[in-house]
Design a protein around this ligand. Structure first.
Ligand code: ZN
Length: 290
């Protein structure tokens, strides 16, 4: 019995020293925040594949960083509350020519965040867009398709810039009703600004979509910032860049307008990790380290 206990202890010590680990940060994240998941292989190990879903992200996309850590950004959705969220990843690890599978676990301890409600009135012909389910879905699929292949390394750097001047007319996460009918939580931030005012790239990246999408988004530009992080600019009166083009932080992308599903000129801008919307103002305030 004594011998068995000793061997068991040795095995524990050796696996602790040689196992890959997973961490999530920041602890205390709130709904709408970007969280970072990091998987660190042990010495001599190579990570071959990772299968993970987290919150509403079905297949988390990981990127290998220069220091050997494998890392992913994930959006913590705006409809969650505070509490403990267990996370698990199934990782295939190669060592000395042999591959084995390991399940890594960690926990995000999240804090709550409350969002205000907003009731919007619009004329019934504009509001009729809400019932065009098939057209809205087709438009969404078009945008999602453009966001499939994010650059493997970050294209952004340093602080983010607010894309246009003006007062925030509707913040991220607001629970919104249009003509008394539930429309959803606001997945971006609205800046009230006159038509024609320049809209700038919030950070550097590559344009992956620049199109007129008549139902919801109007004239729309999507910028890939790398590592699955995107910014989206909607309802523009004018677009000055095209898909495939590299853009610098602060570059003039287009102008504020009132195209698509709107009641007046403003910029609706979003930041998304994959398809999960995160709070653009949090990104402006804190940046994104990766
Ligand atoms: Zn909006």
């Amino acid at each position: 019995m004594k011998i068995f206990a000793t061997i068991f202890t040795l095995v524990l010590v050796s696996s602790a020293a040689h196992a890959a680990t997973m961490t999530v940060s920041p602890q205390g994240a709130q709904p709408g925040d970007a969280v970072t998941i990091s998987i660190m292989p042990a010495a001599g190990e190579t990570i071959q594949s990772i299968g993970m879903n987290a919150f509403d992200t079905q297949s988390v996309r990981f990127f290998v960083r220069p220091n050997g850590v494998t890392r992913a950004l994930v959006g913590f959705p705006f409809d969650r509350t505070g509490g403990s969220y267990p996370l698990a990843a199934r990782v295939a690890i190669e060592k000395d020519g042999q591959t084995r599978e390991q399940v890594l676990k960690t926990t995000l301890r999240a804090a709550s965040r409350n969002y205000p409600s907003q009731h919007i009135s619009m004329n019934s012909s504009t509001a009729g867009t809400m019932n065009k389910k098939a057209a809205l879905r087709a438009e969404k699929l078009r945008v999602q398709a453009a966001m499939k292949n994010s650059s493997a390394s970050p294209l952004w750097s340093g602080v983010w810039v607010k894309p246009t001047r003006g007062r925030e007319s509707s913040s991220y996460g607001r629970r919104r009703w249009v003509n008394g009918k539930w429309w959803g939580q606001h997945n971006g931030a609205d800046v009230k600004a006159p038509s024609g005012q320049p809209v700038l790239a919030a950070n550097s990246g590559r344009v992956v979509l620049s199109e007129y999408l008549p139902n919801l988004r109007g004239n729309c530009i999507v910028v890939d910032h790398g590592a699955n992080l995107f910014s989206i600019y909607m309802h523009l009166s004018k677009r000055l860049v095209s898909a495939g083009q590299r853009v610098a932080k602060g570059q003039h992308l287009g102008n504020v307008g009132a195209t698509g599903f709107v009641t007046g000129p403003h910029l609706h801008w979003e930041t998304r990790i994959g398809w999960e919307p995160v709070d653009p103002n949090r990104i402006l305030a804190r940046g994104v380290s990766f």
